[in-house]
Ligand binder design. Sequence first.
Ligand SMILES: O=C1O[C@H](COP(=O)(O)O)[C@@H](O)[C@H](O)[C@H]1O
Length: 273
Amino acid sequence: MSRSGCHTERGELRIYESWDEVATELADYIAELSEVSVKERGFFAIALSGGSLISLMGKLCGAPYNKTVDWTKWYIFWADERVVPKNHADSNYKLAKDCLLSKVPLIPSHVYSINDSLSAEEAASEYEFVLRQLVKTRTVGVSEINDCPKFDLILLGMGPDGHVASLFPNHMVLEEEDEWVTFITDSPEPPPERLTFTLPVINSASNVAVVVTGISKAEMLHLVIDDVGPDGSMLPARMVNPGNGNLVWFLDKLAASKLQAFKCTEQEAKTGK
Ligand SMILES: O=C1O[C@H](COP(=O)(O)O)[C@@H](O)[C@H](O)[C@H]1O
């Protein structure tokens, strides 16, 4: 059961007792958004990240979702990818394929992985080109305020340093305003070459969910959500702010343990007030 589902300036916080509960609720949330998008638009355009998020999505492979979700309407993209071959252990595509995509009845041509035979720069511009075609046909929606794609859902994780997708703290790509997909060659975490959606694309989505679990992220989450600490201006997780969309944080109690909202609910639970 959710400890709290409170709305803050940084979006809605959904805090759960355990990793398993996060996984259960996340699957339900994704399935619900898929149903709404398919009803409204005929498609569900979803962008994945890598990392711990993918195993947290695992419940989508089982009942009831394997039967109830209209997988044929899913169009899958990556909010970030490492510039490695698709069969490499560091590939976000490989992770998603092994843990999720190969286990549900998706249409293979709807899976838009990043071209691993190109340089980082070429792959970023090709991926953006592909996205532009899909926005033209409205397979991916378009933002009302700029020409950016409007994904039905972008799923992000957050690293302990506050990075989301492959947008790292204080990196100059955080200031990118024109490109939809860009690349870096100096990731502070290996592998160094990566592709990533830019902030304007992330912030144009209809829904963004940031999924964060574990005590190693508690301090950073506190900085991001409670808006404390001296230098938050170039902290990627704090820059996620889908102006015309919804932002939901899926947290387990370990990750949430240093949040003001969590401490308040703990106090209320103890005192009954
Ligand atoms: O490097 C990356 O890290 C983030 C966070 O991963 P996590 O395992 O700490 O949840 C991930 O969201 C991103 O896609 C990935 O490339």
